[in-house]
Design a binder for this molecule. Structure first.
Ligand code: G3P
Length: 217
């Protein structure tokens, strides 16, 4: 399973990229709104230059024509950009057209296997089921991810499943176990995945013992 970073924060993306474990970035209008002093185009261009893999940037038009217009514009900013589109009637129409034009898409705000099936049939490159937001309303978000993975694999569908709205490290393990192709994680969750108290204790003990060993020589 690949890991994408779910943020529009350039500093976080640079730090995560240095770890060598990130193969893409996802953003959305909420994440963009948290970043001040940088415009949408500038941010997308910069993020695309930091990571080699796909960088999702979301359209905000509600009509298919507007979505397509925005998407075609964003797609000129970098070769590794993927257009994030909500799964709605107009979103599916736009996705079909964009897939025919060879533009990568990430169908977002996915909350059911039915929506994911339609996203794939429209030619989506990625689909993003929102695990945490489903959990928030008492549904099992990871079960939806598992259903989508099963359906896609049964029919050889090439749309990649991004487990999104990831809230903690256990979500990442669960996403990997059900076969999600990608989990997109906030920077905080990425750091939590690295940390283990026994690693810290172990490093400290090794250094203490190494110092004692060198004192004896
Ligand atoms: O990128 C979309 C998704 O990951 C948002 O997550 O935490 O706002 O539900 P969240």
């Amino acid at each position: 399973m690949r890991i994408f970073l779910d943020t529009a924060n350039i500093d976080e993306i640079k730090r995560a990229a240095r770890l060598g474990v990130i193969s893409g970035v996802t953003t959305n209008p909420t994440l963009m709104a948290k970043e001040t002093g940088i415009g949408f185009e500038e941010a997308v261009r910069e993020i695309c230059s930091i990571v080699d893999g796909p960088v999702s940037a979301e359209v905000t038009s509600l009509e298919a024509e507007g979505m397509i217009r925005e998407a075609m514009q964003i797609a000129t900013w970098a070769p590794n950009v993927a257009i994030k589109i909500p799964i709605t009637e107009t979103g599916l129409q736009a996705t079909k057209k964009l897939s025919q034009e060879g533009v990568k898409t990430n169908l977002t705000l996915c909350f059911s296997a039915n929506q994911a099936l339609l996203a794939a049939l429209a030619g989506a490159t990625f689909v993003s089921p929102f695990v945490g937001r489903l959990d928030d309303v008492g549904h099992d978000g990871m079960e939806v991810v598992a259903d989508i993975v099963d359906i896609y694999s049964r029919y050889g569908i090439e749309t990649r499943v991004i487990a999104a709205s990831i809230r903690h490290p256990l979500h990442v393990i669960a996403a990997a176990k059900v076969g999600a192709h990608i989990a997109t994680v906030p920077y905080k969750v990425l750091l939590q995945m690295i940390q283990h108290p026994l690693t810290d204790v172990g490093v400290k003990k090794f250094l203490e013992d190494w110092a004692r060993f060198n004192e004896r020589r």
